[in-house]
Design a protein around this ligand. Structure first.
Ligand code: PEP
Length: 249
């Protein structure tokens, strides 16, 4: 039985005070015995303080990216070793905003994924197609290529310690959510593809859905057999909405 996981991606929003305030409201509202595991991914600069505020809590701390190198002349990058120093447990890699706005290739994403794993961070590998790719019926080609890049670099066994987030680009921040059937179709396709390589890993792999998850659509999405929780952008910036989503999982 897979546990559910709900992760908030705060992106480049808020400030120091708002980040700590948001976290405080989330911690107060989550209470004991939440059924799902919960994580938050604040901007890099707030990781130390958010991490400190999470002391003693079961909420997981995550970064929004991770370097593909350990150290050196890589301006603007933050290594997995540095993230571990501040208590990070998760690292998002391959978010569509990184792939599409900053031109990160699947090969670079795979190298980031491998570095996260090497140093004991759980990578949340984001994969998903654009609207144009969906409309030209290339969804499975695109998602397959993004997945294969990681499988070739790190092998299927690496997925035992990783999470996948299926995030159709056309649903991110647009208010347009994939229908439960559309999301389930891709999630089950991903799981089946991995099952061909390793049935046990496929069965235990958490596959999150991301793309305009809100309190009013979360329960239906999370009720699908291959959807194991969500990666939440906009709605994770509002404690009440995020808490409702967490409680739906
Ligand atoms: C995201 O950016 O990962 C995301 C899912 O955003 P939103 O929930 O705002 O669509």
């Amino acid at each position: 039985m897979r546990r559910s996981l709900v992760v908030g991606n705060w992106k480049m929003n808020g400030n120091r005070g708002k980040s700590l305030g948001l976290l405080g409201d989330i911690l107060a509202g989550l209470g004991e015995g939440a059924k799902a595991d919960v994580g938050v991914c604040p901007p890099f600069v707030y990781l130390p303080e958010v991490g400190e505020a999470l002391t003693g809590s079961s909420v997981l701390l995550g970064s929004q990216n991770v370097a593909d190198q350990d150290e050196g002349a890589f301006t603007g990058e933050v290594s997995a070793l540095m993230l571990k120093e501040f208590g990070c447990q998760l690292a998002i890699v391959g978010h569509s905003e990184r792939r599409l706005i900053y031109g990160e290739s699947s090969a670079l994403v795979a190298a980031r994924y491998a570095k996260a794993l090497q140093h004991g961070l759980i990578p949340i590998l984001c994969i998903g197609e654009t609207l144009e790719e969906r409309e030209s019926e290339r969804t499975f080609d695109v998602v397959g290529e993004q997945l294969d890049a990681v499988l070739h670099t790190a092998g299927v066994a690496s997925l035992a310690k990783a999470v996948i987030a299926y995030e159709p680009v056309w649903a991110i921040g647009t208010g347009r959510t994939a229908s439960t059937e559309q999301a389930q179709e891709v999630h089950s396709w991903i799981r089946a593809r991995i099952a061909k390589l390793d049935a046990n890993i496929s069965e235990s792999l958490q596959i999150l859905y991301g793309g305009s998850v809100k309190p009013d659509n979360a329960a239906a999405l999370f009720s699908m057999p291959d959807i194991d929780g969500g990666l939440i952008g906009g709605a994770s910036l509002d404690a009440n909405s995020f808490l409702k989503i967490c409680h739906s999982a």
